[in-house]
Design a protein. Sequence first.
Lengths: 407, 315, 164
Amino acid sequence: MPEVEQPSDSHPTAFLPTADLQILIDRLMDDGFQVVGPTVDQGAIVYDEIRSIQELPRGWTDLQEAGKYRLKRRDDDACFGFVVGPHSWKRFLFPPMAQVASADRVDAAWVMRTPTDDPPRYAFLGVRACELAAIDVQDKVFLRGPYVDPIYKKRREAAFIIAVNCTQAAPTCFCTSMKTGPRCKSGFDLALTEIRDGFLLEIGSQAGRTLADRLPTSPATQPQLEAAEAARHRAVEQITKTLDTTDIRNLLLGNLEHPRWNEVAKRCLSCTNCTMVCPTCFCSSVVEVADLTGDHVERQRQWDSCFNSDFSYMNGGVVRNDISSRYRQWLTHKLASWHDQFGSSGCVGCGRCITWCPVGIDLTEEVAAIRGKKFASISLVQLDGGNQQAPTRSADSSGEAPPPCSA
Amino acid sequence: MLGVTRVDAPAGCDPANPWLALSAVVDEVLAETPGVATYRIRIQDEDAARRFRYRPGQFNMLYLPGLGEIAISISGDPSIASPLPHTIREAGRITQALAKMGTGAPIGLRGPFGTSWPVDDCAGKDVILVAGGIGLAPLRPAIYTLLANRPHFGELTLLYGARTPDDLLYTCEFDDWRKKGLTVFTTVDRATRGWHAHVRPHPGCGQFQFPLEENRGAWTGNVGVVTLLLERLRLGRPRETVLITCGPEIMMWYTTQTARGLGLSETNLWMSWERNMNCAVGLCGHCQFGPKFICKDGPVFRYDRIAPFLEVKSL
Amino acid sequence: MSHEQHVKRECIALELLRTMPLLEALPDRLLAGLVPIAAVEHAEANRVLFKEGAICDRLFFVSDGIVALDMYVPRRDPTRILTVGAGDVLAWSALLSDQRMTCTATVMEDATLVSIAAQPLRQLCEADHEIGFAFMQCMSFALSRRLLATRLQLLDLFSESQPV
């Protein structure tokens, strides 16, 4: 796990030419790491094991908006010229399937065991600022509570993190509202900012420094520093989406019977996509997997989702037995309850849930609606200090561009 | 607004490796009422068994390999480390399998988990326990603890309602509890006996549960919901009275509203809340009730801390 | 059939009326109006206060003791609907409808009851609307509590859950 060596906004001091990124990868593999980075697969940029910079999505970018994701060719061959895809690093730290325990029947008794857990040591190449924040959020859940998840802990402690500063933003990004980016400030071993011929390198830990010392870097020149700063600034400028987080905990937990929940439920399919792509969602279920004899049973933890219809099953019935209550659970947990539980928001503003929702539900719009800034597709009499407003029936929300929310 | 979590390294769950269950066995099964039995569970490792400590209101995860785990309140005397009694109603796959396996069944155990009844805070006060159905099981450890320290408390009253007379739990202990200083009132929703398909007399706590043949069918006790018993209580000092309740959610809701109407303080009302339980250690997300994790912040909650969420449907 | 034979009735004191939780909201002037038409009755266990289907011309407030309410259903044993105790009201049909009782009321534990003659009570309420309104408010409150309790019984909250 990276210990921060320098203050978060120290200036990058080294420059690494593009081709020498391969040396970075080679050094990591020599040290026994499995390098995981972005790569093109099935029409998306996903995270998978890579060995060569040629496997990076060079020259590709992503076009994202609510309910839409497409890859498009760039007119350069940038290595990291895109934003975030359907994968997040949680699939490596908190694997979708993992064995947590086993039971073997021996002489009419059960012998309980913890399985040997021997995961690869991961080096994550290309972690964005929002993703660093997401990893920190999951650290709080899995490592800093009264009970620790040994599976997460083992992978997390061994992980080497090479962050990448975003040089562009998608219409779905809102990290600035969540104060998680786009600048990488801490939580990494090394951070890269891509400019035309290579990368500006920042050191984030002792382990990062040790690796950087083995790379053919040169001191960064002033034009290179300025180009990097301009590139990072482009990301900030391109962010258009905002989420007003003012008193959001009380706003949402104080509006649990708001009509908006029923309204969004008309659109939401309860498909669980948002929870699968969200880098902080951590719901899981442990299921029994027995062999044919029934004498050897494995307990397997699998990703689950609060949108699954039987997630809240209890005593012969389901507590959240409609989409309205399940959507409410997800949103209020992510943006409100998380503060009570873990001392921060559960949302890092990566926008994945907006992109990957098949019907294009945008949580920033939903929050705005609950704030009373916009009503869509329903007639609602709003009582405001005794002055009744007439019911408003605006156009169907799916056809309208969301108005910018006031900051 | 982080929840108050009191976890002192439970003997049956390693905080660094919370999935590993202790090997245990069902020592004895006591039939209580139709469909309900108390399973006395013994942890195999004698040292671990001896070290096991729990507080009234806490629960264990009982594990049947191949079937899964269930969250069951410990229903015994907390001063006795082993065996650990759990009163369980046959309802789903796992509880039915456990009932079939019976005495000698090898199982796994993780725990104890959760917050507990505020017995220490009741010192010097009057205490009313209101139980509904199987809700008396998680309250029984509190009763034992209160009675074992009787001089520390004021008036102690148990109000207990069940569906029918056949469903009243632990009735053979009531006289002993009365002698030790607990006033016990019972009521039923329906006065009919023999409601269940087959009613066979079997030893519950060492004696038959059902009255003599001549008296069967004649329930002469209270009929009506348990909140009516609460309404009729004459409270000596409502502001110094603590009420703890466990039963169906609606019952607990009306109980606490009635208590507020009688002048009890919202900070002296405690209830045990339930949700789907999977990991019991705050890592799987299933047991959330609003911002609270039932496994860490509950199951015992003080009324005022969850009041805003109690009336929200499907939360 | 009136049950007035064998009943020992005492004059009621204002103080006793004031102890009835349902009536405690009434101001003294109104309670004083009830004194002439109310009485205290002591009923031992097993006494039948009134029978289902019979005419009863008195309203009862329970001060102490337990009274059981049973209804008869053909081909079934008599069904105990409810037991009432201190603070509860019985036989409101004497005042509010046709005086035909809907349950049989049997004393389970020696009871002290405050009974009010229904006809004079109705006349009092009609003559003095202030008393009438206040008294009906008390009755409405009692009935709403009884309705809620009945609904909770009806919900059958302890019924067994469906197996998975």
